[in-house]
Structures are given as C-alpha cells and as structure tokens.
Design a protein around this ligand. Structure first.
Ligand SMILES: Cc1cc2nc3c(=O)[nH]c(=O)nc-3n(C[C@H](O)[C@H](O)[C@H](O)COP(=O)(O)OP(=O)(O)OC[C@H]3O[C@@H](n4cnc5c(N)ncnc54)[C@H](O)[C@@H]3O)c2cc1C
Length: 360
C-alpha cells in the first residue's frame, strides 16, 4: 500500500465531497468504505437543500447558508470532472409554519394557496413560500462517483477501517487487507461513526428514515416541494425520474435496522393524502430507508478529536447532509490545512461532548 496524505473512513456524500476538495488542494487521498460508495444515507435522501426549514436548530444557519452559496461551484466541479450536470429539481418550497407563531406578511392566505396549488388541502397548516432548491441525490451520487473516478483519489470499497491509532506524527490504520500509515485521518462514517471501533465514544446514533416514491398524475403538475413537520412531498421535475415524487419520511430511533415496513409506508401515505388528496390515486413505485447520522443537539460534529493527534471527524449531519456537504468539505479542508475557517465552528466542536468521550 502507498502512503497517502490523508485517509477517510466513509464514502458517503460527506467523505467523498471532502476527498474531492482536498484533492483539488493537492492532497493524495484514500477513501475506505465498508460497503459500496454512496450506498447508505446519501442516496436514500430526498434532496431538499432546506437551509431555512424552521425545524433546523438556529446554530445551523451560518453553515447552511455557506453551503448554499458553495453549491453552484460544487456542482460545476463535479460536472467538469464527470461530464454529468446535476440539475436542481425545484426552486421553491411551500413550507408550513408552526401554528404557535404570529401571522407574518409572508404567510400565504387561503386564497393565495388555492390559486397556487388547488390540489392542496391545508387543514391545520399555515404556509409560507421559501426560495429553496432540491436535487436528486441519486443523480448527485452517480455524478460524484464519476468525478471521484476521474481523479487520482484512491477509493477502496468493501474495506472497513477496523481501527486507527496515533503513531508519532502519523496515524496507523488497520483494515482487513493490512495496516498502513497516513499523515491524517478523518472519520466520515455517518451513522456508524460511533459504532466503528476506530473511534468509540463519539455520540452519533442512527435515525432511520423510511420513504417512498409515486408517479404523479398528469393532472398534478408539481414544481415545488411541500413540507410540514410530519410529511414532505418532493417532486422530480427533470431527468430519468421526472414526473415522480418522493414522499417522506419517518424518523425512528431503532438502531441499525434497515427493514422497510409496509405499515409505516401506509402511514406516510395517509399523512400525504390528508395534505394532497389526489395522491390517493397515485401508483407507488419504490419504498426504501436510510440511516441518518444524528447527535443529541441535532448539529454536526466537525473538528479534531482531543488527545488523538491528526484525527478529524465530520459526521452527525442528521437531516441535512446533502445540504451541508459543500460547506463541510470546505471548512474541514481549511481545518486540515490549518487555515481560518470560512465560518465559526464552535457549535460543531467535538468538545461539546467531551465529558462523554472515553480517554484515548
Ligand atoms: C430518508 C432520508 C431523507 C433525507 N433527506 C434529506 C434531504 O432532503 N436533504 C438533506 O440535506 N439531507 C437529507 N437526509 C440526510 C442525509 O442523507 C445525511 O445527512 C447524509 O447522507 C449523511 O452523509 P454521510 O456521508 O455522513 O453518511 P452516509 O451516506 O451514510 O455514508 C457513511 C459511509 O460510511 C461507511 N462506513 C461506516 N463505517 C465505516 C468504516 N468503519 N470503515 C469504512 N467505511 C465505513 C458506510 O458504509 C457509508 O457508506 C436524509 C436522510 C434520510 C435517511
């Protein structure tokens, strides 16, 4: 094995976006994945770039808006390497606002809503319009993987990182195919970041999300996302999935279970039908699930691990990993290169969970 400058555990959107950024900065990068690249949470997502979702923790906003500003260049870089252009699928979201908040001038009236989207039955919800994009994470996954293959990034699928340890100024990494040294190591193992024995004690847990897709009826041309705290409907407007919509998602705390339960899908479907009755007559296509990497405060963990020289971590992106990938890649590359971060990272520091980490 050659000696890379940096090794990454996890070829999800976070690990591969960071690999691309560091490669662009001249690093020799190796990425290990225990399975296939981009086969976990990152391809299970709906693809909303929901920076302004009122359910997000407020501390997320600067990182989220940084990521939105980086998205066009991020997609351009992927395009120039892969030849694949990943389009935005939607540009607007009809977002429900909590009923406890006071009415605002941006809130849509019942008349506005019936003009905008006659199929919608708002019931107890009040809505605003958000300038928000969505994309198809499966399209992004194909393009990102092709971009990685167009570089000298060394991608090692089906090779779990079993353990890491600091050795002098380097990090020793053990996989089933042997032991190697690297100058720096980043844990981007998503929901498995804590479960993997290479960094026990990191407080990341899997939150299962099930969802399904439908074929939209021709009488329901849908060009924007509809989102309430219970349910969202995300249409695909261009590419191979145009004319379909993704309906999601459950949020379940049941470990690494990845079984799709028809009863849960039926429940999601009934919630969606309450909002959009026309969905009752739609044909269901697929149902799937993914494991979101979650933390206790709903914020990612980005930084260095105390007492573990040259060990970094970038995980815990929970419901917003697709949104946050470009900013995560940028700020982690800055941290690794010893540069000033483009945004304040204190809220995301692993130190906030310090008392829960075992000594190395
Ligand atoms: C149903 C659902 C809907 C979602 N919708 C959205 C959305 O609309 N917008 C949005 O922004 N986000 C959304 N998300 C969240 C988003 O998908 C995640 O935050 C994001 O994919 C996390 O990326 P990741 O690279 O950290 O994790 P993953 O994509 O899960 O990748 C982690 C990788 O690490 C690998 N790995 C684990 N352990 C090891 C090891 N020891 N050695 C080597 N490799 C290892 C795994 O095999 C995996 O490939 C959604 C998620 C779900 C489940």
């Amino acid at each position: 094995m050659h000696h890379p400058d940096l090794c990454i555990a996890g070829a999800g959107i976070i690990g591969l976006s960071l690999a691309l950024e560091l490669h662009h900065r001249g690093y020799r990068v190796t990425v290990f994945d225990q399975g296939d690249p981009l086969a976990e949470s990152s391809s299970a997502a709906a693809g909303m770039l929901a920076a302004y979702d009122p359910d997000n923790p407020s501390q997320l906003l600067p990182l989220a808006t940084l990521s939105l500003s980086l998205y066009p260049n991020y997609l351009d870089r992927i395009h120039s390497l892969s030849g694949i252009r990943v389009p935005f699928q939607t540009h607007t979201t009809l977002q429900s606002v909590p009923t406890r908040t006071a009415a605002t001038s941006s809130e849509l009236t019942a008349k506005d809503l019936s003009h905008l989207f006659p199929a919608l039955v708002p019931r107890k919800h009040r809505f605003i319009l958000l300038d928000e994009h969505s994309l198809d994470p499966r399209q992004l996954a194909s393009a990102l993987l092709a971009a990685i293959h167009a570089t000298t990034i060394d991608l090692q699928p089906h090779t779990p990182i079993l353990s890491t340890r600091p050795v002098g100024n380097a990090v020793e990494i053990t996989t089933p195919i042997g032991t190697m040294q690297t100058a720096q190591f980043v844990n981007c193992a998503g929901a498995w970041a804590a479960a993997s024995s290479h960094q026990p004690g990191i407080p990341v847990t899997p939150k299962k999300g099930q969802m399904f897709s439908v074929v939209l009826p021709p009488s329901l041309p849908m060009h924007f996302v509809v989102r309430t705290p219970d349910i969202y409907v995300v249409p695909r407007t261009t590419g191979p999935s145009a004319g379909r919509a993704i309906v999601g998602a459950t949020v379940e705390d049941i470990g690494f279970d990845k079984i799709v339960h028809p009863s849960d899908i039926d429940h999601l479907r009934s919630l969606a039908i309450t909002l959009l009755p026309i969905l009752a007559s739609t044909q269901q296509l697929e149902a799937w699930c993914g494991l979101r990497p979650a933390t206790a405060d709903g914020l990612p963990i980005l930084g260095t691990l105390p007492g573990r020289p040259n060990h970094f971590i970038a995980t815990g992106h929970y419901r917003n990993g697709i949104l946050l990938a470009p900013a995560t890649a940028k700020v982690m590359a800055q941290l690794i290169l010893g540069e000033t971060s483009a945004t304040e990272l204190t809220s995301f520091s692993p130190n906030r969970f310090l008392s829960e980490l075992p000594s190395p």
